[in-house]
Design a protein. Structure first.
Ligand SMILES: [Zn+2]
Ligand SMILES: [Zn+2]
Length: 305
């Protein structure tokens, strides 16, 4: 099953020609989740040939404009394209009011239902299906702000076709075998599971931490994730500015990754005061070697970069 993160926007407040405000597509199996929706998200969705109507769940971390100014526009496009499926929007208090007031005052009646889900506390289960579970992470920013952690569920065991044939396993029994059961024939014949199937790959995990200062309480929530996205708006030389605005430096993001013992770190939300993004990489890698840089149009496979 595929599990990847596609970067649509890697910048912070001000959009530029080459960088958009924050947005990502998280693909789990054939499900697409949109994470934050800054200005320019629609353009990047098109550029990357993402089918917008496949997005059923949108998660918004907080109500600073660089994380949701693209949402009304995207929702409007979904309407113009004749969407019928319900759109689920997860975000903090106030988001529903902002969206509704826009459409109400425009006299718009969307072709689909929108359903809001309030994100309000760390540890809360935001979403769950048979493949993935999404929980809420605590962040420390100027206003209420939340991250989200995606955990794949245990995958079914993989059938060994040759063995199924050799032991003449009927089709009806195969589903139970993928769940770990031995085969028991009506004639009393028993074939142990390990001869018929092998373990699937271990489940993988991704954590998205948008705007936040370095936050100790976040660490336990991130333990061992395969890929951590953590904002790095500034470099250490601008630590004072980072503290004042409740943002992190590349070094602080690397410290979080090291303390949480994650496998890989992805940095983003860069201030456009720095022309050379390599500097983020250099600063972070001094503390945490497995660091990568978010860049528009780049896709990162969770569990293998
Ligand atoms: Zn931001
Ligand atoms: Zn913010």
């Amino acid at each position: 099953m595929g599990f990847s993160v596609l970067i649509l926007g890697s910048g912070s407040a001000l959009p530029t020609i080459s960088s958009h405000q924050t947005a990502q597509i998280i693909e789990v199996g054939n499900q697409l989740f949109l994470m934050d929706c800054g200005e320019g998200t629609q353009i990047e969705l098109r550029r990357n040939k993402v089918k917008v109507q496949k997005i059923d769940h949108i998660f918004i971390s907080h109500l600073h404009g660089d994380h949701f100014f693209g949402l009304v526009g995207l929702m409007s496009t979904m309407h113009l394209l004749g969407r019928k499926k319900t759109l689920h929007i997860h975000g903090p208090k106030g988001l529903q009011e902002i969206i509704e007031v826009q459409f109400r005052n425009a006299g718009s009646h969307l072709s689909y239902q929108m359903e809001f889900h309030l994100t309000e506390k760390a540890g809360q289960l935001a979403y769950e299906d048979e493949k993935v579970k999404v929980t809420v992470l605590p962040l420390h920013h100027r206003i209420a702000c939340f991250g989200y952690r995606f955990d794949e569920k245990e995958k079914p065991r993989k059938l060994i076709p040759r063995a199924l044939e050799e032991y003449a396993i009927p089709t009806y029994a195969r589903n139970e075998i993928t769940k770990g059961a031995d085969f028991r024939g009506e004639d009393g014949r028993v074939v142990p599971n390990h001869l018929l199937s092998k373990a699937a790959e271990p489940p993988k995990s991704y954590a998205y931490c948008s705007d936040t200062a370095y936050f100790k309480k976040l660490i336990p929530y991130l333990k061992g994730v395969d890929l951590l996205y953590h904002e790095a708006t500034f470099l250490e030389e601008d630590q004072a500015r980072a503290n004042k605005t409740y943002h992190s430096t590349a070094k602080e993001a690397a410290q979080v990754a090291a303390e949480a013992d994650v496998k890989k770190l992805l940095l983003g939300h860069f201030s456009n005061r720095y022309k050379n993004k390599e500097r983020f990489l250099q600063e972070s890698r001094q503390v945490f070697k497995e660091t990568y840089i978010a860049e528009e149009g780049k896709r990162f496979e969770v569990g293998s970069i």
